[in-house]
Design a protein. Structure first.
Length: 360
């Protein structure tokens, strides 16, 4: 028996736009308008077509939508290989993906070489017209990506500042300096005066320099010396173990580290010396990684609002897609200091802080 044009599609067969049009008694263009330009249709026609779409379970082809609108609803994000990843970036990527999904977009990951940011992967994706824009992270000095994308009119937003006088495009960042400043204030409140800083090499990281600046600013504000109180290391536990020793030998009663990884190196050195973190030397980390709360003693650390960063990245990028010529928007979010047992009163102090979180 021949099938009627109003019959459902054959079992297992895909529902096409033409089939929806036949069932609704309209042209294929009307169905397309109902999906992409509903304001062009009369209310009763739009309602009838949408009802048929729901009944038949029709889902528009992503490829077809891309051809019509030149929008893939994909956001490119370059990710470094696993050895260079961190719990912080993992949390950011999860927040970014969730925010994109809520906006009807997907994050398209592509591999980047570890180390200094390059244009690897960006040109290939643009040549294939597979993404509507990019989210950048790990911004550093002399980062080539912002200028390259801006020159080609490609929408992007960066998690991280330009770290140069010339600012390009939209970005959102966390105020690392305010985080280490708050850490110093917390330690001073506990009676510490010989507060050292364990960071990354000067000029090797914009974020690292920013965190060092906050420590130095707070120390100077209280008239405390910084000479001989700063050491540098790569972001590695063993390297941090060696780098922090001179600071401890010089009598530091507290150490502010530029990352939780560096703080872990400090923990190991203290234990090798027979000291207990928190009791003998206070330690503050940065990033509030999942490990921070599991250590013994639990590590006081500066937490970044990564969920807010992810949401703002998507918001800024969608705003740029909607208004390519709008003035750039730049946002600096405050972190928070999560206080745990690794920061206690200095040996000469009699009071001990008991707060569990301080908003910067």
């Amino acid at each position: 028996m021949p099938r009627s044009s109003n019959d459902p599609p054959a079992r297992g067969g895909p529902v096409t736009l033409a089939m929806v049009a036949r069932r609704a008694g309209v042209s294929p263009q009307t169905v397309s308008n109902a999906i992409n330009s509903p304001d062009l249709l009369r209310a009763e026609t739009l309602e009838r077509v949408r009802r048929v779409i729901d009944e038949m379970g029709y889902r528009p082809s992503r490829a077809a939508q891309t051809l019509r609108t030149r929008s893939s609803r994909l956001i490119g994000y370059g990710i470094q290989p696993v050895p260079a990843s961190s719990p912080v970036l993992d949390r950011f990527l999860h927040a970014l993906s969730q925010a994109a999904d809520e906006a009807g977009y997907r994050i398209l990951l592509f591999a980047c070489r570890p180390g200094t940011p390059t244009l690897d992967g960006y040109e290939e994706l643009l040549d294939q017209h597979e993404v509507d824009g990019f989210v950048l992270s790990g911004t550093e000095h002399n980062d080539p990506r912002q200028a390259w994308l801006a020159k080609r009119g490609v929408p992007f937003v960066a998690f991280g500042r330009m770290w140069s006088r010339r600012q390009i495009g939209d970005w959102i960042d966390v105020d690392g300096a305010s985080g280490t400043d708050a850490a110093v204030e917390h330690l001073i409140g506990l009676g510490h005066r010989r507060i050292a800083f364990l960071g990354w090499g000067r000029g090797s990281s914009g974020a690292g320099d920013d965190r060092a600046e906050g420590w130095q600013r707070a120390m100077k504000r209280h008239g405390l010396p910084t000479r001989g109180r700063r050491a540098q290391s790569v972001n590695d536990i063993d390297a941090a173990r060696a780098a922090v020793k001179p600071l401890l030998d010089a009598g530091a009663t507290a150490v502010v580290a530029a990352s939780d990884v560096l703080a872990l190196g400090c923990y190991q050195t203290l234990r090798e010396r027979g000291d207990v973190p928190g009791r003998d030397v206070a330690v503050v980390g940065f990033d509030d990684s999942p490990t921070a709360g599991l250590l013994s003693p639990a590590l006081t650390s500066v937490a970044q609002p990564l969920e807010d960063v992810g949401r703002e990245c998507v918001r800024l990028l969608l705003a740029r897609l909607a208004a390519p010529d709008a003035p750039p928007e730049r946002i600096l979010l405050p972190p928070s200091l999560v206080v745990r047992d690794s920061t206690r009163a200095a040996p000469a102090a009699t009071s001990e802080a008991t707060a569990t979180a301080i908003t910067v």
